[in-house]
Write a protein that binds this ligand. Structure first.
Ligand code: SDX
Length: 426
């Protein structure tokens, strides 16, 4: 097998080493390309670019495979818990019972927020989108937890990682409660991570809150499905922000801002709103024709990497059925979604473009059945993805070869010209 690529320009050849991973595509190392050829590579959207070396998550888009530290997402969703997956992503191995007990205790005893932090929410209008609240609130965390923002101190890096994983559910629940006008509910240390979150979202002081184990398990599984996903747009944002030495609270706030986009984490809200707009199975053909006429995209469909089924979408669909069955909800939108999936998967327009349902296609129906408004869907995605972001940030920061990310460009603007006073302009 060849271990280098040879690039020849104007009769001059340069050797570009080929690097191999443990699995997946090899990479051509172009780090010396500019020095050797005075030229850049050009790859807007990074469709053919590996931005880093990582050991955390592997995706085979053609085979529909997703591994976290080597473990298939289907097995983790079925057999693990979100907090155990958090440990796995952060530390690289599944925890022993003792390791997990310590980790779970650390997270549980960091779920409260500084009492003054609650007043921070008062600065938002009640009708603020919860993602606007999350972006602001997480960015403000460094103002309250200044004792863990020295990124050069490994102990402080670990504390801020634990604080972020622990406090995101409390902040997310407050962002939700604030929009409803209901009082904030404090975390309880005797509840599991996902149960605690559901109670903070749906409990009211006027009555005791009853846990539903099916919904708790579904929430935990949905968090597992959203935990990490290689070098997606928001993770790349977190890595780039972190490459400048910015502390984790600022980097995660940057990731939240990027995730909000409708092409990325915002698609779960858009996908549900699309299903609501379609309304009935009879309206599907006309809507699909609009997609084929390129009037709009089929939200919750397509993926930069998956050119086969998103393995998370299959688990999400199963969870959707479990939740609706448990709640005895016959949601007409689920019938629309299943019929739309069937029609799309048999239509050459989608087949030719290898467009399959992604994780966002069924998540909205499930989350709405659980009681969340569509505006909270991306907040839940951000809550779960925080562990992926902070694990990737940690890996980037602890890489001895770490450099600040600073891409170049193909410049097509005006070449140098002299300034003309306003009195001499046409
Ligand atoms: C997430 O990267 C990640 O891992 C992200 C994520 C994660 O966990 O972090 O998996 C989470 O963001 C999932 C994706 C959620 N987004 C959506 O569901 C929005 C709808 N999907 C599209 O916007 C699109 O599929 C993207 C953005 C997801 C991927 O776009 P690409 O890879 O840039 O693909 P493309 O736009 O080049 O599309 C290729 C072709 C084009 O047609 P042609 O111009 O070649 O004729 O497919 C078409 C596109 O027009 N196409 C779609 C489509 N997605 C792509 N046509 C209709 N509906 C769609 N959804």
């Amino acid at each position: 097998m060849t271990d280098k690529a040879i690039l020849t320009i104007d009769g001059k050849s340069v050797d570009l080493p080929i690097m191999k991973g443990t699995t997946g595509p090899d990479v051509i190392d172009v780090r010396k390309l500019y020095a050797d050829t005075d030229r850049f590579t050009f790859d807007p959207g990074f469709t053919s670019t590996a931005s880093c070396e990582s050991k955390i998550t592997f995706i085979d888009g053609d085979a529909g495979i997703l591994l976290h530290r080597g473990y298939p997402i289907e097995q983790l969703a079925e057999k693990s818990s979100f907090l155990e997956v958090c440990y796995l992503l952060l530390h690289g191995e599944l925890p022993t019972a003792a390791e997990f007990e310590t980790f779970e205790h650390n997270i549980t005893y960091h779920t409260m927020l500084h009492a003054q932090f609650d007043r921070f929410f008062e600065g938002f209008r009640r009708d603020a989108h919860p993602m606007a609240v999350m972006t602001g609130a997480v960015g403000a965390l460094s103002a309250f937890y200044k004792d863990s923002i020295d990124v050069d101190d490994p102990v402080q890096r670990q504390i801020s990682a634990h604080r972020l994983i622990a406090k995101m559910p409390t902040i997310a629940a407050r962002a939700f409660k604030y929009t409803t006008g209901q009082p904030f509910i404090s975390p309880r240390n005797n509840l599991s991570y996902s149960e605690n979150f559901l109670r903070m979202c749906f409990a009211v002081p006027a009555e005791d809150w009853k846990s539903n184990p099916v919904l708790t398990r579904a929430m935990d599984r949905i968090f597992i499905l959203h935990a990490d996903h290689e070098q997606n747009a928001s993770t790349s944002t977190v890595r780039l922000a972190g490459s400048s030495g910015a502390h984790p609270f600022a980097c995660i706030a940057a990731g939240i801002a990027c995730l909000w986009g409708p092409s990325h984490g915002g698609a779960n809200q858009e996908a549900l709103e699309m299903l609501e707009q379609i309304g009935t199975v009879e309206n599907i053909p006309a809507y699909v024709q609009g997609v084929k006429d390129r009037k709009y995209k089929l939200m919750g469909f397509g993926h930069r990497v998956y050119k086969n089924f998103d393995p998370r979408a299959k688990v999400m669909q199963k969870t959707c059925h479990e939740v609706l069955d448990a709640l005895k909800i016959d949601d007409p939108l689920l019938h629309v979604a299943m019929e739309l999936e069937k029609i799309a998967l048999s239509d050459p327009y989608f087949i030719d473009r290898k467009l399959y349902p992604n994780i966002d296609f069924y998540s909205g129906i499930t989350l709405r059945a659980m009681g969340f408004p569509a505006s909270m869907f991306t907040v839940l995605f951000a809550l779960a993805r925080t562990v992926g972001w902070i694990s990737q940030w940690k890996e980037m920061f602890e890489d001895p070869a770490r450099k600040i990310g600073r891409p170049r460009q193909l410049y097509t603007g005006a070449t140098q010209r002299d300034f003309i006073g306003i009195d001499k302009r046409g």
